[in-house]
Design a binder for this molecule. Structure first.
Ligand code: PLP
Length: 416
């Protein structure tokens, strides 16, 4: 008899976006004439840039000829890509990183979910609230998150991020062994300054904690005061691993490529407290067993992002999305909404009018305006009373959604 891993049974039965899709489908059935405008998506919509697709075509040709064919690649990634990463993403910002500290993967989701398996199940874990669901669910699967009661996990220390604290998580007053931070943040679209991030690095160094830093949205930062990498903070090499992705940077959500940075100095301690184990070696060992590398074509595509043409073209697409964000910020503010984020990230985090619950406002917006948002509470208890809008849509759709929301609000005011 095979016994199930019962930790899996503690997970919420369906994923947030499945719940959203169900409600949208029900609406479509009863309102078949309304065109739904979807600002709930967390996926990019613009195609790959030319520099990338040319590199992919070339890579396919490489695979078509015996002289240039490649089979299994190194599981940590090809040197051509890892060297481009070290040179452009780190040296370019004055950060020293060795190629051996870069692990190329098939996108950040796998590693943000998997990395925690290097740490014992009974470490304490903390994360910002609201949060990207992968961090919680992957900790729940190994039994570290405890039980979910009324939307709160008993084994997780939450760092609430709300309008009241300016969306800046407070370092805890007790020990937490593993800390997840995501900046620029999904879902709130907010950022941490260098000084604010420094407080977390200092906390981790003082408490011998590990920070798992998700920088999937660093390419959206528009100000020099906001760190792109946690390694811009002194001491972070001793206490942090960082996750990066080409998904939001260059539209690779379907291509699949990202990387994890594990500096040589990051360690965890054995239960008897006698040995410090380098996580770089452990992750390398783990990957050698469970991962067989990212496809050659995807890695050549990622390499092309760092060429002069690639940078310019990728930058244009990011500017386009950030133009959407600016447009929506302006219109929503004019409508009287309290709007957060969207200045260094492709997400806007908005307070529901009159303190309505996230799901109630979701339904009202869907039925009143045919616009889909993401209910804030779906990302954690502190998301209640907020909704998220994504700037990863077409400009016309963002403008149309704003117009519809304006009319919908006018009607609401008349009704009330
Ligand atoms: C989109 C996203 C990622 C990247 O996921 P991929 O697997 O690389 O496509 C990572 N973290 C967060 C918070 C995200 O929103």
């Amino acid at each position: 008899m095979a016994l199930v891993n019962e930790h899996f049974l503690k997970l919420a039965s369906s994923y947030l976006f499945v719940d959203v899709a169900k409600r949208v489908n029900a609406f479509r059935v009863s309102h078949s004439k309304t065109r739904v405008v979807n600002l709930g998506i967390g996926d990019v919509t613009m195609p790959l840039c030319q520099a990338v697709t040319e590199a992919m075509h070339q890579a396919v040709d490489d695979l078509a000829h015996a002289e240039s064919f490649r089979g299994y690649g190194p599981e940590r990634g090809y040197d051509f890509l890892r060297e481009a990463i070290v040179k452009n993403d780190f040296l370019g910002r004055g950060i020293r990183m060795d190629v051996s500290e870069i692990f190329v993967n098939d996108g950040a989701k796998s590693d943000t979910g998997n990395f925690q398996e290097l740490l014992r199940w009974d470490n304490s874990v903390g994360m910002t609230d609201p949060v990207y669901p992968v961090y919680i669910d992957s900790n729940a699967m190994i039994g570290r998150a405890g039980l979910c009661k009324d939307g709160q996990w008993t084994g997780v220390t939450y760092f609430p991020c709300t309008a009241e604290n300016g969306f800046v998580p407070q370092v805890p007053d007790r020990r937490v062994d593993m800390i997840y931070l995501c900046y620029p943040n999904n879902p709130t679209g907010t950022v941490l300054t260098r000084e604010q991030l420094r407080q977390w690095v200092n906390y981790a160094l003082r408490n011998d904690a590990l920070i798992l830093f998700d920088a999937a949205y660093e390419a959206y930062i528009r100000s020099d005061d906001i760190p792109h990498s946690i390694y811009e903070i002194k001491g972070a090499r001793r206490c942090a691993v960082e996750f990066r992705s080409f998904s939001k940077t260059a539209g690779f959500t379907g291509v699949r490529c990202g990387y994890t940075v594990v500096p040589r100095e990051v360690t965890a301690v054995t239960l008897d407290g006698l040995q410090r184990i380098a996580l770089n070696q452990l992750w390398s060992r783990r990957q050698a067993t469970k991962f067989n590398g990212t496809s050659y074509v995807a890695q050549r595509a990622a390499e092309a992002v760092y060429t002069a043409e690639g940078r310019r073209q990728v930058g244009e697409t990011i500017d386009y999305y950030m133009g959407n964000a600016a447009l929506m910020r302006e219109k929503l503010t004019a409508m009287g909404f309290s709007v957060y984020g969207g200045e260094h990230a492709p997400y806007l985090w908005v307070k529901t009018p009159g303190g309505e619950s996230s799901w109630r406002f979701f339904d009202e917006l869907l039925y009143g305006a045919g616009v889909v948002c993401t209910p804030g509470v779906g990302f954690g208890p502190s998301g209640e009373g907020y909704f998220r809008l994504s700037a990863f849509a077409r400009r016309e759709d963002c403008a149309e959604a704003m117009q519809r929301m304006k009319e919908f609000l006018k009607g609401e005011k008349v009704k009330r």
